[in-house]
Design a protein around this ligand. Structure first.
Ligand code: SAM
Length: 217
């Protein structure tokens, strides 16, 4: 594949847009669903929780999230206008029932008041954060005391073999993510790494290692 094509894949993953962006979002939701479910399950969601997700893509996973407990409210934040629209379209029933709320933001400042959420999670977005420490302090700010934050990402050891990650991506190993978390006020509860089979761009199955950090305020 040419360098420009690889750069285009990286840009779409960072900020889906146009016709290709919709396709890319469908593919991401499908390929990453196991990681997303894993992040949601580690949140320990209970009835009435208010949950925030950063970078939901097309948010094809909300049915699964709402099955976790009763009377939940979900808030999704995106930087991509296309993902904001797609997520609203796919989840129009949850939106009209006022169970799901979607907004755009700048990727740095979370547009909610202090201590707004019981749970916060994000999957496959840390690679694109402009200022990780600043965003983590924002996540901490909007989380309620004793609330949980789950951060899920694919391990650097796997990601670095994908040719498009040389563009746009900042890759993380467990150790590098841990060092970043230690600079924040969060308490690290645990982290776990799993390996799963995923289809590569060329169609064969490859092993992907991914990690979830569970943090507490
Ligand atoms: C690789 S996709 C992952 C989507 C989905 N979470 C998944 O795992 O399939 C990254 C998504 O995060 C969004 N994004 C990038 N930087 C972000 C940031 N700082 N905060 C929130 N979302 C961000 C992009 O617009 C894109 O939809």
């Amino acid at each position: 594949m040419k360098q420009e094509e690889l750069q285009e894949i990286a840009s779409q993953l960072k900020h889906p847009k146009g016709e290709k962006g919709i396709e890319m979002a469908n593919m991401m939701n499908e390929t990453n669903i196991n990681m997303t479910r894993h992040s949601i399950q580690n949140l320990n969601i209970s009835n009435e929780n208010k949950i925030l997700e950063l970078g939901h893509g097309n948010a094809g996973h909300l049915e699964f999230l709402f099955e976790q407990a009763g009377n939940l409210k979900y808030y999704g934040l995106e930087m991509s206008e296309l993902m904001f629209q797609e997520a609203r379209r796919i989840n129009r029933n949850f939106v009209s029932q006022k169970q799901a709320f979607f907004s755009l933001y700048d990727g740095n400042t979370i547009p909610f008041e202090d201590e707004s959420f019981n749970k916060i999670f994000t999957v496959n977005t840390i690679y694109f954060w402009q200022d990780p420490q600043k965003l983590l302090s924002e996540i901490y700010r909007v989380l309620k005391p004793n609330g949980n934050f789950c951060l899920t990402f694919a391990e650097e050891s796997f990601m670095k073999i994908l040719p498009f990650t040389q563009f746009e991506f900042e890759l993380y190993s467990t150790q590098k993510a841990q060092q970043l978390m230690e600079k924040t006020a969060f308490k690290i509860i645990y982290n776990e790494t799993h390996t799963e089979k995923v289809k590569s761009k060329t169609g064969e199955l490859v092993d992907r290692a991914f990690t979830t950090f569970v943090l507490e305020k």
